[in-house]
Design a protein around this ligand. Structure first.
Ligand code: AP5
Length: 214
């Protein structure tokens, strides 16, 4: 099963991808997570990407495309994968189409998690993530039981550098300009299933499972 998850920053792509990974034993390929790991380890890619990421801007297409294709090369051992955060520009989507056509492969589902822009800032400014396992919390909607600690493994929770209000506003604008056309790209191919991104995490997950099984 090969899935693309589309949606605005804060729509819940990471939260739902992690659930889907557990339920369906898929590999989550999150461009944001891979980039943050590279940035924290100060790799060559991380050093090139960090200025863009901290400013809430997109990392150049050629860096992202190479990074993601390297990762996709290594998916023979899993049931499938979820692309979380890729493609984010039409150029990235076209590069993916070409690469898959060359290897006679295809994406099964494009899931678009739809949340209105006005709800995203509140979600992102109260997001905290576990340093150890990456589990995502929200102080308003799904807070941890003990302040600052992950319920699953006791890891410390941290706030992402790009979740400051002014950076979030910029990320949403960049999403509107660059990633909404990607949704249209897949709609023209009749591949998009739109999931209403409101409601509890469990409720939305049930809608995703229903969309996949139908
Ligand atoms: P990335 O890490 O991909 O960030 P993003 O797409 O902006 O998405 P987020 O991770 O912020 O949001 P999400 O939809 O995963 O929401 P989450 O589940 O956490 O990218 C970061 C940066 O990397 C980019 O800005 C760019 O610089 C670079 N980059 C990455 N990919 C790139 C690419 N392809 N090309 C170029 N550059 C790239 O949920 C958010 C919050 O809401 C959480 O607190 C969560 O608990 C809460 N929440 C979730 N569901 C619900 C719900 N149903 N109700 C209430 N709250 C909820």
């Amino acid at each position: 099963m090969k899935i693309i998850f589309l949606g605005a920053p804060g729509a819940g792509k990471g939260t739902q991808s992690k659930r889907l990974v557990r339920e369906k034993h898929l590999l989550q390929i999150s461009t944001g997570d891979i980039l943050r790991e590279n940035r924290d380890n100060q790799t060559e890619l991380g050093l090139k990407a960090q200025t863009y990421m901290d400013a809430g801007e997109l990392v150049p297409d050629h860096l992202i495309i190479k990074m993601i294709f390297d990762k996709m090369d290594d998916t023979s051992h899993v049931n499938g994968y979820i692309l979380d955060g890729f493609p984010r520009t039409v150029a990235q989507a076209e590069a993916l189409d070409d690469m898959l056509a060359k290897i006679h492969d295809k994406i099964d589902f494009v899931l678009y998690l739809k949340v209105a822009n006005e709800n995203l800032i509140e979600r992102l400014s109260s997001r905290y993530t576990c340093k150890k396992c990456g589990h995502i919390y929200n102080l308003n909607f799904n807070p941890p039981k003990n302040e600052g600690k992950c319920d699953l493994d006791g890891g410390d929770l941290f706030q992402r550098r790009d979740d400051k209000k002014e950076t979030v506003t910029k990320r949403i604008k960049i999403y509107d300009d660059n990633t909404r056309p990607v949704i249209r790209h897949y709609k023209a191919k009749n591949m998009v299933q739109t999931i209403d991104g409101y409601g509890g995490v469990d409720e939305i997950f049930a809608k995703i499972l229903e969309a996949i099984s139908s």
